[in-house]
Design a protein around this ligand. Structure first.
Ligand code: SF4
Length: 260
């Protein structure tokens, strides 16, 4: 299993992992469509030649659409550029292929966490290189996981982060200070349902999210086309317990994306 504290895989390698798995998954899907289509048309020929022809045309159209999606996705990742009309296609590609990549990866010796890690890195690089307009502070949301809070802290910060008394024992203190100085929204979510509610309530134009690989991947996936810049938390005491984040990374992301 990949540990973020020891995972020093360079960015280019993460990109290679992502593109390699994406290409392999795509090849498998195409193979399945071709073999399935071929078997189906043999049976359909006996029913009526017209039905077989219709099935062949449908399969060909499906292949062309999939090829376009995957080519646009790979090209924009390779060039690290949002190409014209590829934004929506990229989302469709992610929704279609990422779950398959998570199944295929571990069978090829790439752990689920590494697949997700490479996806988050690729997503971030595309956001950094995109021609996006800078975001007004009131439309930026900094979304944090509950596990950043000290486990023995009694303050109910998921209902209202202002309940934090900023004692300085966890990163929440510094992150509140950052949010106040950059005048952005900040919230803590204890799970996917609360995170979705926070996003619905704040209606941000962009999210900077701190979480583990699993939560960041599902967050980016679920909120697409809303841009989510993902920052991985550190888990020195194990998952979901007294986690940490490099607050300088959060501040750098704010400086990059905010209209200041
Ligand atoms: S800074 Fe202190 S009060 Fe605030 S969440 Fe962390 S431990 Fe609790």
């Amino acid at each position: 299993m990949c540990n973020p504290e020891t995972d020093k895989t360079p960015t280019t390698s993460k990109k290679r992992i992502f593109i390699g798995l994406l290409g392999l998954t795509f090849a498998l899907v195409m193979l399945l469509i071709l073999v399935g289509g071929w078997i189906a048309t043999i049976g359909l020929e006996h029913m009526h030649p017209g039905v077989a022809l219709a099935a062949k045309i449908t399969a060909s159209i499906a292949c062309i659409i999939l090829c376009s999606i995957i080519s646009a996705l790979i090209l924009s990742i390779l060039l690290e550029k949002e190409l014209p009309f590829t934004h929506k296609i990229r989302g469709l590609g992610i929704k279609l292929f990422l779950p398959l990549m998570e199944i295929l990866g571990p069978r090829l010796g790439v752990s689920k966490e590494q697949v997700r890690n490479s996806f988050i890195e690729t997503n971030n690089r595309l956001l950094l290189s995109g021609n996006r307009h800078k975001i007004a502070p009131e439309r930026m949301l900094l979304l944090l996981p509950h596990c950043l809070q000290r486990a023995d802290c009694q303050r109910r910060i998921t209902t209202n982060i202002d309940n934090c008394e900023q004692c300085g024992r966890c990163n929440i203190d510094t992150l509140i200070k950052l949010a106040r100085s950059y005048k952005i929204h900040i919230a803590v979510a204890s799970g996917g349902t609360l995170a979705r509610k926070i996003v619905r309530d704040h209606k941000p134009k962009m999210i900077i999210a701190v979480a583990c690989e699993r939560d960041l991947t599902s967050g980016i996936h679920d909120t697409f086309p809303l841009p989510v810049y993902g920052i991985l938390n550190q888990r020195p005491e194990g998952p979901c317990w007294n986690t940490l984040v490099e607050t300088i990374e959060v501040e750098n992301a704010l400086k990059t994306f905010l209209k200041i």
